[in-house]
Design a protein around this ligand. Structure first.
Ligand code: SF4
Length: 418
């Protein structure tokens, strides 16, 4: 079962419940323009510098995965030469994440309001909503028809893939090319859509800017909360809004995953974590310090009977299948990581498999044009770090918890949008 709930105190102060929606699908949660206006949405735009200062003071960080300070990104686009373009990036490539599609489907005015404000801050004369989800496109087009924006807003649909939401892939697709990453520099803020400085902003980031603008008193809540997708075979799948610092154990318990012996963090980007995972906080910096990554906020909790080696094999096989096959090191590296982890799961590993995984997990990081190869390397490295005994025990033996091991279709790590 998949549902949406809010862990924000009393359920009244979070993004899901702000500005006109109770946040529950199927219970009147989809916002209409009338609802959104009635609670203060589309408030007059303040002086751009004032709004930028408020975003800066609040310490808002991007929610697409990298966690870059939103104000720095906005300022970079504003200060680059030429009229900017702003893009609401709703293409969440992680199959275990649903937050961005949920926001576009159920809170399109909140996202469009944030896009309008980002355009005001940067001085953009053109905007774009980039997505692959058909119901999200429908909701956005309906919202645009209800409330035409002062600036032209294009809706660009892409084919979903792990890399289609990477910022240079977004620019390339909007310009009419394939949704594949390009080498950096230049980054989109330097040279983006049509050659213009471009802000590619995650839709949750934009939604939080809109809430920050209309509810300035809620700054600590806006900045401190995260939309998190929780899933796994031992409990329910759920989209949860939780304050920063919430223990991952409490999050997991809320959806029946408390008995898990591991967690796969950040969709597939943050690697596996073993003993002690429940004490980790929902916090970008502290998770990074612990060797993981919050990424898009998606977490997969393996069933206690499910072997983390098979989860690593499945995730890396999925990543290998999703490789854009542009960088030679990614084609060979991701495939090699997936092959070695699958062999381990099937009890067919060779004597030096662990050594090779160790070496690759260190040498391949940062070598691809996007983060896909890094994600695969982090999964392998974290498996070796957190489950050394388990890895050693897989040599030459069948593991009942690995079953058929990797299929590479990512189905077990995929969550349906509520
Ligand atoms: S790292 Fe892999 S997925 Fe990313 S651009 Fe290169 S080939 Fe494509």
């Amino acid at each position: 079962m998949t549902d949406v709930l809010s862990l924000v105190p009393e359920g009244r102060h979070g993004l899901l419940t702000h500005l006109g929606s109770d946040g529950h699908p199927g219970s009147g949660g989809d916002e209409s323009l009338a609802q959104y206006l009635a609670v203060g949405g589309y408030a007059p735009v303040p002086a751009p510098d004032r709004l930028l200062g408020r975003i800066d003071e609040a310490g808002l960080r991007g929610r697409g995965g990298a966690g870059f300070p939103a104000a720095v990104k906005l300022r970079s686009v504003r200060d680059a030469p030429g009229p900017p373009v702003v893009v609401a990036n709703g293409e969440e490539g992680e199959p275990g994440s649903v937050k961005d599609r949920w926001l576009l489907r159920h809170r399109p005015h909140l996202v469009l309001d944030g896009l309008r404000l980002a355009a005001a801050v940067t001085g953009a004369g053109r905007a774009c909503v980039y997505l692959s989800d058909a119901p999200a496109e429908y909701a956005v087009r309906q919202a645009l028809a209800e409330q035409p924006q002062d600036l032209p807003v294009d809706v660009v649909r892409t084919t979903p893939s792990y890399v289609a939401g990477e910022e240079t892939a977004v620019v390339r697709r909007i310009d009419g090319g394939p949704a594949l990453p390009t080498a950096k520099p230049p980054r989109p803020f330097e040279r983006g859509v049509g050659g213009a400085p471009t802000l590619v902003a995650n839709v949750e980031t934009l939604a939080r800017i809109a809430v920050l603008h209309s509810w300035p008193g809620a700054a600590h809540t806006v900045v401190g909360a995260h939309l998190v997708t929780l899933a796994g075979p031992g409990g329910r799948a759920a989209l949860v809004e939780a304050p920063a610092g919430t223990g991952l154990g409490a999050l997991a318990e809320s959806c029946g995953h408390g008995a898990a012996g591991a967690v796969l963090l950040g969709g597939m980007f943050g690697g596996l974590y073993g003993a002690g995972w429940a004490a980790l906080p929902l916090d970008q910096d502290r998770l990074a310090a612990a060797g993981g990554a919050l990424g898009c906020g998606a977490m997969y909790f393996p069933h206690p009977d499910e072997c983390p080696v098979s989860v690593a094999a499945e995730a890396t096989a999925y990543l290998a299948a999703q490789s854009a096959r542009q960088c030679g090191v990614c084609v060979s590296g991701t495939g090699a990581l997936a092959g070695a982890l699958t062999a381990l799961a099937l009890g067919k590993a060779e004597a030096d498999t662990s050594d090779r995984l160790e070496r690759w997990s260190q040498q391949l990081v940062g070598r691809g044009a996007c983060g896909l190869l890094d994600a695969a390397a982090r999964i392998a490295g974290s498996l070796l770090t957190h489950f050394p005994g388990l890895v050693a025990g897989h040599r030459g033996t069948d593991c009942p918890g690995c079953g058929d091991a990797a299929t590479g279709d990512g189905r077990r790590l995929t969550v349906a949008v509520p």
